[in-house]
Design a protein around this ligand. Sequence first.
Ligand code: FAD
Ligand code: UDP
Length: 370
Amino acid sequence: MFDYLIVGCGFAGSVLAERLASQLNKKVLIIDRRNHIAGNAYDYYNEHGILVHKYGPHIFHTNSKEIFMYLSRFTQWRPYEHHVLASVDGQLVPIPINLNTINALYNLDLDTSSVTDYLKSRSENISPVATAEDVVVNSVGKDLYEKFFKTYTKKQWDMDPSELDPSVTARVPARNNRDNRYFTDTYQSMPLHGYTAMFNNMLSHPNIQIMLNADFKDIKNSIPHKATIFTGPIDYFFDYCYGKLPYRSIDFAFETLETENFQACGTVNYPLTQLYTRITEFKKLTGQIHPKTTVVYEYPTDKGDPYYPIPKKENQSLYNRYRDLALSFPNVYFTGRLGTYKYYNMDQVIAQSLALFKKIASSDRLPLEG
Ligand code: FAD
Ligand code: UDP
């Protein structure tokens, strides 16, 4: 008899497995339908010996000391600040849009104060800011919106930005300084030996058993457990009884080249004509020294694994119906990007699971069997 059956070996499930096993002495079975742990953060050495991220580039960044210290129990770090260039009008310029971007793009020589005035003169006063288009046009105006956001977003989501929640493009806010980093968080680094090694350390506890290649619905009735933590898609859990929640997926095309360096920085975004959205060169993220280099092209698609919940009002309303239904299952907890249908970064998922752990720990009474 397990105390907890945890579905999904990504951050959401693994954090809870680790906490429940080590802090509350619970017996945990954690399963995944895939053949590996670490969820979408999974990394491995490819046939050329280069460390790559199977589900696209994952860069750890957070403002939370608590989360950084928590993960530091399971890994050492490689300090790394991600830089992204966007290919626009035949140039490679920094994104998020900043002072350097505008000077390069329009051949200007503005400083922080004059770029603020410049952007003010270009931006449109939109109120209320209701869509992903409004956010950008309100901040930098139509021209920069069209160059950097309109087509990229259409490729990524198969939707015009005017149809998406403002939070989507608000992830990449413009700056009036020369800060060329993609993220501004206090803590930015990569696990020194990779994500999978870090997950191995998290899950190495005598109270934790791992079962791979196992789908929840195939095993749930044959493995006695007192409570369930579900981090897969919540609509799947409920057999899509209210209809399917939409997700966006990505085809990852990996290429290994007989050259040491491929591009100037970790990621180059292609917001305009190409079918892919971005190319990432893994060695730039991991710091690995190797005579060859592996890159990944991201082609967004509707088919395949559910990677991105789609932030949009009607999707949120549909999710809310599933969330309300979940209230009548007191022995089942939902967490994670798919379990709560939230476009969360890794640190947000960790925070969510740590919060759920605190809630469970504070009540620490296991539900009655059955
Ligand atoms: P997941 O990692 O998806 O784990 C859920 C697990 O549940 C999966 O392994 C799945 O196989 C398993 N599962 C689902 N259903 C079942 C079932 N029925 N039975 C058994 N197992 C099941 N975040 C960052 O902070 N920085 C980044 O740079 C970053 N880059 C990203 C790039 C891409 C392309 C993508 C898609 C995401 C990126 N993220 C990034 C987000 C990050 O991947 C997520 O925040 C995080 O991995 C979510 O963890 P999770 O445990 O909720 O979900
Ligand atoms: N975005 C864009 N152009 C860019 C970068 C981002 O239009 O060059 C928009 C796009 O809609 C994207 C969203 O901003 O989906 C969030 O970007 P982020 O880089 O955070 O996406 P993720 O890494 O989660 O795929």
